[in-house]
Ligand binder design. Structure first.
Ligand code: PEP
Ligand code: MN
Length: 668
């Protein structure tokens, strides 16, 4: 039984509760449970749960029918979210909830070059935590045992270089203490799942733990091992299914897919899957990984090696870099089907803008850098209120702790980036159902000093949101951004009597209902906005097609329009360093061509001749010039130096107006 104590309980009341329990035959343990202090009470005592619940300082009593209490869903109904890393050397990465978190790396750390190379390539494909063994529990005493502490140091160095927290296996209680400051997460290997002294020691260190399921462990035994860790003091345990021993010998183990939904019912702890050790054969890793995601796993840990054939351990099951990249793309496509999003490179907004570049708190300032210059403030602007989709896009690319600034129009985003009140901004440019957002394309043309420096694509699930007392048949008015209406046209078509009122943003529509407390008005917005304003979701998933994505662009000020001693020049733009560390893979432009035969063809031929792939070509009437058109074009940037720049120069010769909007790293 778990007795959750109120946050402000007095020491006196706490003592009274302890005595109350002891008097009734319970052994009482002080424990931490998430943010709460709890008493764990065990024994054969008998107690009136209602009476216990009424004692001063008792928040609630969770009596479970399971032998594991802290790990049980009966004790905590909502999913636990585990945070890994988050110190000065790497951004925090979350596991659990609606995200899919991918951990990847080699089976074992073999050398500095090998771990650095692997870290860079798995990060490039979208892994967010680096794995690797420094102490390898091998079946044979003659097999490679790992580089030990040196291996761990090399791995930490590689993780820091890529901004990734690390996870590594710990094999003894003594080593756990030595490893504590170097690793961000401990892994308890399958063979050690029931090494209770190890569990107690590792749990007491308070770091997140990845707990592999033993090859012959039942689900209950596995959860009891998790209980050991939680009871010893850590709050953060992630369960990892990695295949169990069955009579089948074709694969190394048998991946117990059904354990995923079962564990999710029994426990609030996040559960991820290790397809590599489960199947043991490279070609079978991706199908097993996708099946795990489809079954509800909150993430994966995958073995990847730059040259698997040379790997010192588990080469046959390690993926080639290209296989891992393909797997990540497939996971991204599959994630929305199970209502999740692949957690991609959650870059924190430590834009490492040199202190001298930051504006004084009052806004854009003149002081602290080259004379007369304006320096951007370290915050990102978006149009809308809390819970807006643009805010989710911002969080995705800059991380949860990124300082943000709300403005009331798309133009406001451009203005604040230009005048330096924000160092970057987020604007939507295209939706997969409703098409391009021309207002923002027009703004790019009106703000030549602003460039695109990043991209993020977000799945958009719309909800009909109303007051607590509202019902579908009480609704007369629906508010949203015009894009919200456009993306839910079919649903709105079924309610022709509803009057539509356009708002500045979807979350703003929700905020207005919260302010007015109106039961006749509903809003179309995302679930995050309903949560932000404490309103009710009347209907979820009302967008016309579930494959509904919006493409947001990150904008920043061009380098020539502002000083930036440390920033990187990419495509002529001032790029916040956190975005600028990757090679740009995509570029966007707008141009118009002469009204004569073959003029557009000539432009397209330049790209075709250079092997430049077009991912978007859209024509749009030029305002004030009836029947003349401009083209929105997105292209991929070839890896070979020089080709792209030469093609752009040539293109300029063949176009009438040519606006280069920016070169950036495209999102999948
Ligand atoms: C590992 O992940 O490196 C490992 C040895 O896995 P397991 O303990 O699941 O065999
Ligand atoms: Mn391995």
């Amino acid at each position: 039984m778990i007795v959750v104590l109120s946050r402000g309980i007095t020491p006196h009341d706490k003592e009274l509760v302890r005595i109350y329990l002891k008097d009734r035959g319970f052994a009482v343990r002080d424990q931490q449970f998430g943010e709460d202090e709890v008493f764990g009470a065990s024994g054969k005592g008998v107690v009136d749960l209602r009476e216990l619940g009424l004692l001063p300082g008792v928040e609630r009593v969770a009596a479970t029918s399971k032998p594991y209490e802290l790990a049980s869903r009966e004790t905590r109904a909502e999913d636990s979210i585990v945070t890994v890393g988050g110190d000065s050397s790497c951004p925090p990465v979350k596991i659990g909830g609606s995200r899919i978190t991918v951990i990847a790396g080699p089976c074992a750390v073999e050398s500095r070059e090998q771990i650095r190379e692997t870290a860079a390539l798995v990060r490039e494909s979208g892994a967010v935590i680096l794995r690797g063994g420094a102490y390898k529990p091998r079946t044979s005493p003659y097999a490679f045992q790992g580089l030990g502490m040196k291996g761990l140091e090399l791995m930490k160095e590689a993780g820091e270089a890529e901004g990734m927290p690390i996870v590594t296996e710990v094999v003894s209680p003594e080593l756990a203490v030595d490893m504590k400051d170097l690793t961000d997460m401990f892994q308890i290997g399958a063979r050690n799942m029931q090494n209770f002294e190890l569990l107690k020691k590792v749990g007491s260190l308070g770091k997140p733990v990845l707990l592999k399921r033993g090859p012959s462990a039942t689900i209950e035994e596995w959860l009891l091992s998790a209980e050991y860790l939680l009871a010893a003091g850590t709050r953060d345990v992630v369960l990892c299914e990695r295949g169990i021993r069955t009579f089948e010998t074709y694969t190394r183990n048998t991946l117990d897919i059904s354990a995923i939904p079962v564990v999710k019912t029994l426990s609030h702890l996040p559960v991820i899957v290790d397809p590599s050790h489960a199947v043991g054969i490279r070609a079978k890793v991706a199908p097993a990984a996708l099946a795990a995601i489809a079954a509800g796993a909150g993430g994966l840990t995958v073995e990847v090696h730059p040259r698997p054939d040379e790997a010192l351990s588990d080469g046959p099951q390690s993926l080639y870099p290209e296989q891992f990249e393909k797997l990540m793309r497939d996971i991204e496509a599959l994630a929305p089907v199970v209502g999740k999003e692949l957690l991609r490179t959650p870059r924190p907004l430590h834009l490492t803008v040199p202190a001298a570049m930051l504006a004084p708190a009052s806004g854009a300032g003149e002081a602290g850098g080259p004379a007369g210059a304006k320096f951007p403030r370290e915050q990102v602007a978006y149009n809308g209120e809390s819970g807006a989709f643009a805010e989710q896009a911002l969080t995705r690319i800059f991380g949860e702790d990124a300082p943000r600034m709300q403005v009331q129009s798309f133009k406001g985003v451009f203005d604040s980036v230009l005048d330096g009140s924000a160092c970057a901004g987020i604007v939507p440019v295209e939706n997969s159902l409703a098409g391009s957002i021309h207002e923002n394309y027009d703004l790019f043309l009106r703000y030549p000093d602003i460039a695109i420096v990043g991209e993020v694509k977000l799945r958009i699930v719309h909800c009909l949101i109303g007051d607590e007392r509202a019902a579908m048949d009480s609704i007369a008015i629906v508010r949203s951004h015009p894009q919200g209406f456009a993306q839910c046209r079919e649903f709105l078509g079924k309610h022709p009597a509803w009057q539509l009122e356009a708002c500045n943003d979807t979350a703003g529509a929700v905020a207005s209902i919260a302010r007015e407390g109106a039961v006749k008005v509903a809003a179309i917005a995302g679930a995050a906005a309903a949560k932000a304003y404490g309103l009710r979701i009347l209907k979820e998933g009302i967008e016309t097609n579930p494959l509904n994505y919006t493409r947001f662009l990150v904008i920043s000020r061009k380098i020539d329009s502002g000083p930036s001693p440390d920033s990187r020049r990419i495509g002529g733009a001032w790029v916040p360093p956190s975005l600028g560390s990757e090679r740009p893979s995509k570029a966007s432009m707008v141009f118009s061509v002469a009204d004569k035969p073959g003029s557009l063809f000539a432009c397209l031929k330049i790209m075709a001749d250079q092997g430049i792939n077009l991912s978007k070509l859209e024509s749009r009437p030029i305002q004030g010039k009836p029947w003349e058109y401009q083209f929105y074009v997105d292209v991929s940037i070839p890896e070979k130096e020089g080709i792209f720049a030469a093609a752009m120069e040539e293109l300029k010769q063949h176009t009438e107006d040519f606006y280069f909007l920016g070169a950036y790293r495209g999102s999948l």
